[in-house]
Design a protein around this ligand. Structure first.
Ligand code: ADP
Length: 442
């Protein structure tokens, strides 16, 4: 790609610098007529020779030193045309500025002529006059640019960048012809400008990947109990046909597997329902103290089965937040159920409602669930809210887990503009704290 820079100054034509000699040549007919008129006036009308000569001299001086208007205008028009081909006009600039994605206008040789605000936001300062390759380095994009410049055919290309983080882009590279710039044989000349419009598709790709990963994970999770069910049905139809003892044992396992499938489907549906409402802020006022009491009562039988006790500690007089009661119950139940299931080495699970002042954050209401179990190694903590992420798949399955509980919690809290904080010390237990933003306190 060419990188020679031409500025409008390089194009400037020095009108005043046109040599007096060439102006004489241009005015030769006028001077001739003046000389003839002077001679006629002297010969036939008795005008003094000196006066006639002075008249011709004045005419010559005017021709030599005063630029002719029509010529300068002609030159300016030519200059303007050339400039129009070199620097995009206001119309093109305002159009490009109105686009929300990064846009570069370059000339056919790859020199940047204009960039919109979105491009400056994304790529930092871009100087018109610099080669496009100073800002856009992707080889496939620069090759596409050269092709568009040579053929005049628009192109759409995609590329991927790995550094500093993985990113995906799409660019539309289109030729722009100014009126009257087509070649003499009416085939397109080199485009006057080439418009490069760039789309960052990283987020879209990430969502696509998440969706396909989710479908793959969900089918895998469902296929395992389904395979087990099918296997037992075949065994009951064949070898264990007349074995009532085996039949009872197998039917019990089949019921468990069916329950696991039902829980998975319930959680998947729950997640997708919450996702559908992701952008709708809940409007009702919810009493967190009532939610904590409800959760403690609802999970008391499970705690009893596991030999544990749920303790509640309410350190505030009132804890009203803006929210959806059913969803906040789901959050509290998921956190307490996890604490009971995975904090089994301890004796208690504590649920606390308190007011906290955390760092720079303003005074706000928190709901904390603490267990005194095995805790979680620090490398797992940031990934716990990912769908189907489990520290130990075996123990999660044994505890009837689906791997979706904390993903559901995260989605519900995002809708409530609340934040989940996870602190865990291996061997000592974990605390899951929900911080309700002060503006969400009703
Ligand atoms: P699951 O259905 O497996 O419980 P969750 O999304 O609720 O799925 O939790 C994800 C994983 O996080 C669990 O499988 C478990 O490994 C870990 N985990 C969650 N809560 C706790 C806790 N209180 N103590 C230890 N590990 C926990």
């Amino acid at each position: 790609m060419a990188d020679k820079f031409t500025s409008p100054d390089d194009l400037a034509i020095d009108l005043d610098g046109a040599a007096p000699l060439s102006r004489f040549r241009d005015a030769r007919w006028l001077l001739l007529v003046g000389a003839v008129l002077g001679a006629v006036a002297t010969l036939f009308y008795g005008v003094p020779v000196l006066a006639s000569l002075s008249g011709v001299a004045i005419l010559a001086a005017v021709a030599a030193f005063v630029p002719r208007r029509s010529r300068s205008m002609k030159l300016q028009a030519g200059q303007r045309r050339q400039l129009r081909r070199m620097w995009p006009g206001t119309g093109m600039k305002v159009t490009v500025d109105a686009l929300p994605v990064p846009c570069f206008v370059a000339d056919g040789r790859g020199i940047t002529r204009y960039v919109n605000a979105a491009a400056i936001d994304y790529y930092g300062q871009v100087k018109p006059g610099d080669p496009l390759s100073f800002s856009l380095r992707a080889p496939s994009l620069l090759e596409a640019f050269d092709r568009v410049s040579a053929t005049g055919e628009p192109e759409r290309i995609h590329w991927q960048e790995k550094v500093p983080t993985e990113a995906f882009f799409e660019a539309h590279v289109a030729p722009v012809y100014m009126p009257g710039s087509a070649g003499a044989d009416n085939r397109p000349a080199t485009p006057d400008f080439i418009l490069v419009v760039i789309n960052d598709q990283t987020e879209q790709k990430r969502l696509e990947r998440m969706r396909t990963d989710f479908v793959a994970n969900a089918s895998h999770e469902l296929r395992t109990p389904l395979a087990s069910l099918t296997g037992f049905v075949e065994t009951l139809q064949g070898p264990a046909k007349d074995d009532p003892e085996a039949r009872d044992r197998f039917l019990k396992i089949m019921l468990e597997q069916a329950g696991r499938m039902r829980r998975l489907i319930d959680d998947i549906l729950s997640l997708s329902r919450i996702e559908l409402k992701a952008h709708v802020r809940p409007a009702a006022s919810v009493d967190l103290i009532e939610i904590v009491r409800h959760t403690a009562d609802a999970l008391a039988p499970l705690a009893r089965d596991l030999g544990m006790t749920i303790r509640t500690e309410v350190e505030v007089d009132e804890a009203i937040v803006r929210g959806d009661r059913d969803e906040l119950i789901q959050v509290a139940e998921n956190l307490v159920e996890n604490a009971l299931k995975y904090g089994g080495d301890g004796e208690f699970v504590d649920i606390r409602i308190q007011r906290t002042k955390n760092g720079d954050a303003a005074d706000h209401i928190c709901l904390a669930v603490q267990d005194y179990g095995a805790g979680i190694a620090s490398e797992h903590v940031p990934r716990l809210t990912e769908r189907f992420y489990r520290v130990d798949v075996g123990s999660s399955r044994a505890m009837k887990g689906t791997g979706l509980g904390l993903a559901i919690v995260k989605h519900i809290l995002a809708r409530h503009r609340a934040r989940l904080e996870i602190e865990s010390v291996p061997g000592k237990g974990s605390t899951f704290t929900v911080h309700f933003m002060p503006s969400e306190s009703a």
